[in-house]
Write a protein that binds this ligand. Structure first.
Ligand SMILES: CC(C)(COP(=O)(O)OP(=O)(O)OC[C@H]1O[C@@H](n2cnc3c(N)ncnc32)[C@H](O)[C@@H]1OP(=O)(O)O)[C@@H](O)C(=O)NCCC(=O)NCCS
Length: 380
């Protein structure tokens, strides 16, 4: 009889990785040994991506060249953008992204070449083109023309520029950059594991990343930022939080989106950093309504026996929803931003999987009947 105690593969270790370490008991996260707090304070998203792909920090010259190459790779051909124009305007942005990344794979001459250098080049193109696709869809669905990337801007700044068609505001760019750095990798989360499963079949990088986008979309994973923001909006403001908590959470057992985590049984270090940025943005913009709503609900949960017993804390999606909304990101565009960031981790894990691959193929514990007598169709 197979062991099914690891339902949801909880606690199951399936491979070694040098990419990120999640210490759920202590609430610590490291990329290639570097503390997430240091990365959030000092690194650009490009620098964090270089680290994840190469297992070391770049020199200044390497980072400049790498940042420049990414800016150059951000361009997406007009005929690809035209495909987006034909999609129904109410298509979920994650559905659009999933299709467009898959399409990019059909247009990349190196798709079937999975040599390490080819995979690195494709990883760079994927990282670079995703923000362009995300920003283009945000504009197309609003009936506006997409904006081409600029060669002189880093990835976070370029994204804000392509989204808003205005000179990027440094405070906004910093917040977007911190967000992208913080979500770049996180052990064998559901979407990263999905990308590894596809890779383990000797599948190409585009197939692996397309599948990962599908896994990220759900509200138990990346979709939680969208779900959290919609929940804050439904609450409507800090004055309604207590009522929401008592009636819906305590009374009806409704889950608070953005709270709880499979691995963290201590505060999620990314949420701690993002909370500070959410507060700073609320102070600078003078719009503190959503921050206060989120903070008040978080405080009620943290003081409640049910949440304390289960060690449920705000996860990365909780305060990132406030950060992103303050940056002008609509709730359903939030998970695509998560994908923009996690693209670094997915591709790093795919490259690592290729370097030491074995087909990932677990077993199922069959619990049905056997040897049923065959009944002819006319007799059923
Ligand atoms: C993240 C999540 C899917 C983890 O799931 P999991 O590891 O399978 O943990 P469980 O769902 O079994 O949760 C353990 C217990 O805490 C409760 N719980 C978990 N998250 C909760 C939440 N957000 N609000 C209220 N209760 C919650 C569960 O009901 C369960 O209670 P029980 O032991 O009485 O049955 C879950 O916490 C969740 O759905 N959170 C909201 C969505 C979210 O923020 N996802 C993003 C994750 S980064």
């Amino acid at each position: 009889m197979a062991d099914t105690t690891g339902k949801g593969l909880a606690g199951v270790v399936v491979a070694d990785t040098r990419k990120s370490k999640v210490d759920g008991e202590k609430g610590k996260l490291y990329y290639v040994g570097y503390r997430i707090e240091d990365l959030a304070e000092h690194a650009s998203f490009e620098e964090a991506s270089f680290l994840l792909w190469n297992n070391r920090l770049p020199t200044q010259a390497e980072l400049s060249e790498f940042t420049h190459m990414i800016a150059r790779d951000m361009t997406v051909k007009p005929d690809i953008i035209d495909v987006m124009r034909d999609l129904p305007k109410n298509t979920h942005p994650m559905g659009v992204l999933r299709s467009m990344i898959s399409l990019l794979g059909n247009r990349d001459e190196e798709t079937e070449d999975s040599a390490p250098e080819a995979n690195l080049r494709k990883a760079r193109r994927l990282l670079a083109k995703t923000p362009t696709l995300v920003a283009a869809w945000a504009r197309i669905r609003d009936g506006e023309e997409p904006i081409a990337p600029r060669a002189d801007l880093g990835l976070a700044a370029n994204f804000m520029y392509m989204l808003k068609n205005e000179e990027p505001n440094p405070t906004e760019v910093d917040a977007a950059n911190v967000y992208l750095v913080l979500l770049a990798d996180h052990g064998f989360n559901a979407s990263t594991f999905t990308s590894r499963v596809v890779t383990s079949t000797d599948g190409d990088i585009y197939s692996a990343v397309t599948a990962a986008i599908g896994a990220l979309k759900g509200p138990k994973h990346g979709g939680a930022n969208e779900a959290a923001m919609k929940m804050f909006m439904e609450i409507g403001g800090p004055e309604n939080v207590k009522d929401f908590f008592e009636k819906q959470v305590k009374g009806e057992g409704r889950k608070i989106m953005g709270i709880g985590h499979r691995v963290y049984k201590a505060p999620d270090p990314r949420a701690v950093i993002l909370k500070k940025h959410a507060k700073a943005l609320a102070d600078t913009t003078g719009n503190s309504k959503w921050f206060e709503t989120a903070e008040k609900l978080d405080e009620l949960a943290r003081a409640d026996e049910y949440f304390i017993e289960r060690k449920l804390f705000a996860n990365v999606d909780y305060y990132s929803a406030i950060v992103l909304y303050t940056l002008g990101i609509q709730p359903d565009m939030m998970t695509p931003l998560f994908a923009m960031s996690r693209m670094a981790g997915w591709t790093a894990n795919i490259i690592e999987q290729w370097a030491d691959n074995r087909l990932i193929r677990p077993r199922a514990n069959y619990v049905g009947t056997i040897d049923e007598p065959w009944v002819m169709i006319g007799d059923r």
